[in-house]
Write a protein that binds this ligand. Structure first.
Ligand code: PMP
Length: 351
């Protein structure tokens, strides 16, 4: 293309999602849930009258907001919903990281943060994790234009207790701190319980992991009413109808079924604990996972080669190149049977 045309076009370096193969494979590469969503979700879909799609959906997604507010015991004005937490997080970047000062997030973390910062021209700095892949809290004591980190972090799967989160919040009273809790249901306490105490806190969660609904695209933020209003103002300056009728109705059903949700989380965490033992027996080393994936390396086998061999056998895991993480594989916790197939293959392969 001609340079004169190109120079005024917004350039973006996009996020690269994990592969979504359409044939039958063992899919342990994008941290999806191997079990179906709550039974009510299927029922609502089957009973849905397509005529409802004639009309625009409720722009506030009020039914879903109410269901989440009930579930977490917060006000309806404290919940914001979006098209997956990627949508919510990208709107958070646009809304809250507007000071011109660098936003801080770890050097090894969810790679979409860099993409949004680049797209919106937000300056950022990435303090290094320590040698055990832990976030160093003192690195977040300096002046900044906002802070974001996942807890548990991705792809390390390491969870920090709430006193750690609170320490970062209390050292940054004048900055917005976003805690991306995509995987917190598999880990421990959510920072949501700190919302009344810290007016600079936003907690973001998703239906894609513990609620088994990655394909429906639902994410949400919980914060104080003022910050939620700011987020809504930006959303309504962008697209009023982000949530489809189907997403709103299915989301409500998923939230209502607390028992199914808790049982599903238990099933994944039990499989994860067993998978850690099996991986250790095979000689893998990994930080202690509190998520629905394990970030593991084998001291004697090249991760890139293992990744390719697994892939050729129809077992998909995730691998990134890079100096610090190039020898690691990120393995999603699937069903016990899927994990057994993985371990059988690895046993053969590693000899
Ligand atoms: N945050 C983190 C840390 C993630 O790993 C993911 C999943 N790729 C997301 C957010 C986004 O998930 P979703 O848009 O499906 O809610």
């Amino acid at each position: 293309m001609r340079a004169e045309l190109l120079k005024n076009i917004r350039a973006a370096e996009p996020y690269v999602p994990g592969e979504q193969p359409r044939n039958k494979v063992i899919k342990l590469n994008t941290n999806e849930n191997p079990y179906p969503p709550a039974p009510g979700v299927g029922r609502v879909l089957r009973e849905m009258d397509a005529d409802c799609f004639r009309l625009y959906p409720d722009p506030t997604a009020g039914d879903l907001v109410n269901a989440l507010a009930d579930f977490y015991g917060v006000g309806e004005d404290q919940v914001f919903v979006g098209v997956g937490s990627d949508d919510v997080l990208s709107l958070c970047f646009l809304t809250f990281f507007n000071s011109g000062r660098p936003v801080l997030f770890p050097d090894i973390t969810y790679s979409f943060y860099k993409v949004w910062a680049g797209l919106y021209r937000i300056p950022y700095e990435c303090p290094e994790l320590d040698e055990n892949f832990r976030i160093v809290r003192e690195d977040y004591y300096r002046e900044n234009g906002g802070i974001i980190f996942p807890n548990p972090n991705a792809p390390t799967a390491i969870y920090e207790e709430l006193d750690f989160v609170e320490d970062i919040l209390s050292h940054n009273r004048d900055s917005i701190v976003i805690v991306d809790e995509a995987y917190v249901d598999f880990a421990g306490r959510s920072a949501m319980e700190l919302i009344d105490k810290y007016d600079n806190l936003i907690v973001v969660q998703t239906f894609s992991k513990a609620r088994s609904m990655a394909g429906m695209r639902i994410g949400y933020a919980v914060s104080n009413p003022e910050l939620i209003r700011c987020l809504n103002n930006v959303k309504y300056s962008f697209n009023s109808y982000t949530m489809s009728q189907a997403a709103i109705a299915c989301g409500v059903e998923a939230v209502k079924d607390r028992e199914y949700f808790e049982q599903g989380v238990r099933r994944i965490t039990e499989t994860r604990e067993w998978a850690k033992e099996e991986l250790a027996k095979l000689g893998f080393v990994f930080p202690d996972s509190k998520a629905n994936f394990i970030f593991a390396r084998h001291p004697e086998h090249d991760a890139g080669e293992l990744f390719e061999k697994l892939r050729a056998d129809g077992i998909f895991v995730r691998h990134w190149n890079g100096e610090k993480i190039g020898q690691y594989l990120r393995i999603t916790v699937g069903t016990r049977e899927e994990m057994q197939t993985l371990f059988d293959f690895l046993k053969k392969e590693l000899g």
